[in-house]
Design a protein around this ligand. Structure first.
Ligand code: COI
Length: 360
């Protein structure tokens, strides 16, 4: 299937106003001049692919997404490199995960080529919005919603809209390179076997807010989820995956079906091996986490995700007390992996895996 995109140009924000916004973009509140929309219905399949001015949507209040939450999304970034080119990172990995989420949520899959073409068109058109400062990027948010007008719940929506919006972004965690403090949720779980935990759908995030707020009230930055059955095995953090560092050995929780298969997680697994560490998927129990941190066998912990990149975790709080990891300061393995992965993305290091995808 080939879709042809039509273009309705926006009146761009004046350059001086754009420069002011780009000087300190924060995360997630500033948006570029354009967006992408593509519609789907049962008769026509995917159609009406368009680049058009960024702006509010007009949707019927009975659109299914508002009532039953049929929605999926992705998160990825475009980076400006020293030679002025703009690239994304492993966009086909995000396209494939997007379609796995669609399949789980009974939504139509979008051809991977169309997904990537939509990103290229938006980031290429709005390339002036890709920040230049180190550590900044243009965050790309592809998402899809159910638009059929009905509050009957007889089956999947008969109509959908896929959209992409773009937002210049600085660091996700505002405290700078300071290691995160995390809080282990014992009362709530994020996902259950057979549920939607592996899909990147909005409902998975909404359900975590109550525990995230509990973590904040206890003075922690982020919540950590345990497995839903034994409430013993570490799964993931509020918005990212976790790695445990034992000297030169790295362990990340295996994909059990209840946690998100992060693209950064997968990249760290590959890159760690390339850099001479031993990286593996496994199980980390919460008691083990504490015992290994206290004995010093566990030298570092870090979180990884698209928005937050690689961030050290320095201290843990749980109902039965707390502990620190490696003295609560960023460790050398975390710092090296963070530098290497950012180097590939920003073009200051070679790209041995061919992960970088040129846009403009
Ligand atoms: C991302 O890291 O890209 C995500 O989708 C997480 C989101 C909560 C910002």
């Amino acid at each position: 299937m080939t879709l042809t995109f039509t273009t309705e140009p926006a009146v761009p924000l004046p350059a001086a106003e754009r420069a002011e916004l780009l000087a300190s973009p924060g995360f997630g509140t500033v948006f570029t001049d354009h967006m992408i929309s593509i519609d789907w219905d049962r008769d026509r399949g995917w159609h009406s692919a368009r680049l058009h001015p960024y702006g509010p949507l007009v949707l019927d209040p009975s659109a299914q997404v508002f009532h039953y939450g049929q929605e999926v999304f992705e998160g990825m970034k475009a980076y400006r490199r020293p030679d002025g080119t703009v690239v994304t990172f492993r966009p086909y990995a995000n396209a494939a995960r997007f379609n796995r989420s669609c399949a789980r949520m009974a939504m139509p899959e979008l051809p991977e080529e169309t997904f990537v073409e939509a990103l290229e068109l938006l980031a290429g058109t709005d390339r002036e919005w890709v920040p230049e400062q180190p550590g900044c990027s243009l965050y790309l948010r592809p998402f899809m919603i159910a638009t059929q007008h009905t509050i009957g719940f007889y089956g999947p929506s008969a109509a959908y809209r896929f959209m992409v919006i773009a937002s210049p972004a600085a660091a996700y965690f505002t405290a700078g390179p300071k290691p995160l403090s995390v809080w282990i949720s014992r009362e709530h779980t994020r996902a259950a076997p057979g549920g939607t935990g592996e899909a990147k759908c909005g409902g998975n995030y909404a359900g975590t807010l109550v525990a995230q707020e509990q973590a904040r009230r206890d003075g922690c930055d982020q919540v950590v989820w345990l497995d839903p059955v034994e409430r013993r095995w570490v799964e993931e953090m509020g918005t990212s995956n976790l790695f445990f560092v034992y000297g030169d050995r790295l362990v990340t929780p295996a994909l059990s079906g209840t946690l998100l298969a992060g693209v950064t997680r997968d990249s760290v697994l590959a890159l760690a091996d390339e850099l001479g560490y031993r990286a593996e998927e496994g199980r980390v129990g919460v008691e083990q986490w504490r015992a290994d941190a206290e004995s010093g066998a566990l030298t570092e912990v870090f979180s990884c995700g698209t928005s937050s990149m690689i961030t050290p975790v320095g201290s843990v709080r749980s109902a039965d007390g707390g502990w620190t990891i490696g003295g609560g300061v960023p460790g050398p393995v975390t710092s090296r992996l963070a530098e290497e992965i950012a180097g590939i993305q920003y073009g200051t290091r070679p790209d041995p895996f061919g992960w970088v995808h040129k846009i403009a």
